[in-house]
Design a protein around this ligand. Structure first.
Ligand SMILES: [Zn+2]
Length: 253
């Protein structure tokens, strides 16, 4: 998956963050990310990262594996999401306030959302501090294992939670909030592809399907339990509903 040439921009991938007040994290959860910590990148500010530090373990379908590519794609995904939601809000006569920060972390408890330490192997949107945080080792492992399209999904899903907050959407059950975020992530990607802001490479749609399978809840997870995100089938259905039919399919009200 690639951004239109010239649109790349640097995302705010920097630093560590001491988060504020109330906690309300969302976790994507569930990807078996290989061996985080063993061969992952050091902290993201080390962006002098040599392009040749490409790992050769488990390339994605289109062979994207290096940490440099990960960073470039993450920045691209953030920029594309910001641009997309800015345009959507503008079309409704509203001004969009971009999510404040996107930050990487490596260790359990290194970052907190409110007073909840963020666990490893996850990505979250924290409404308390209006930031997205992701375990960089886990994310790079998933990027290598599944492919670059997964990263765009991951960012799109977390970004959607920030948009839900801005729209005042608050469902009673976690699963409703999560499946809507999947739909919105699908709309952001599908619309961006249709607008040619993003281009799909061969295999990207398969990577998205693989990624959605990987983040599905266990089949025995109760649907309406706190923390439920939906089964792989539910998540896939929601994502592709948004991907194909745009935001009209996502019940934004
Ligand atoms: Zn979520």
């Amino acid at each position: 998956m690639g951004e239109k040439a010239g649109r790349a921009r640097r995302g705010p991938l920097a630093g560590f963050l001491v988060a504020a007040v109330v906690a309300a994290g969302c976790a994507v959860g569930g990807v078996d990310g290989g061996e985080p910590g063993s061969d992952g990148p050091a902290e993201p500010r080390r962006s002098a990262a040599a392009p040749e530090d490409s790992g050769s373990d488990g390339p994605g379908a289109d062979g994207t594996t290096s940490v440099a590519e990960f960073k470039r794609d993450m920045n691209g995904a953030v920029g594309t999401a910001q641009e997309y939601w800015t345009a959507q809000f503008k079309a409704s006569g509203e001004q969009f306030r971009p999510i404040r920060r996107v930050v990487a972390y490596q260790r359990e408890g290194e970052l907190a959302c409110g007073d909840q330490p963020l666990p490893r192997n996850n990505a979250v949107y924290c409404s308390a501090g209006d930031f997205i945080a992701y375990d960089v080792n886990w994310s790079v492992a998933a990027f290598r294992q599944i492919g670059d399209a997964f990263l765009f999904y991951l960012l799109g899903h977390e970004y959607a939670h920030g948009v839900q907050v801005r729209l005042g959407i608050r469902y009673n059950f976690t699963i409703q909030q999560e499946l809507q975020a999947d739909c919105m992530a699908g709309a952001y990607l599908g619309d961006s592809v249709r607008a040619k802001t993003l281009t799909l490479d061969d295999g990207d749609l398969d990577e998205l399907r693989d990624g959605l399978l990987a983040v599905g809840d266990d089949p025995d997870q109760p649907w309406f339990a706190e923390g439920s995100h939906g089964t792989a089938e539910q998540r896939t259905e929601s994502f592709f509903r948004g991907y194909e039919r745009s935001l009209d399919a996502c019940d934004l009200g």
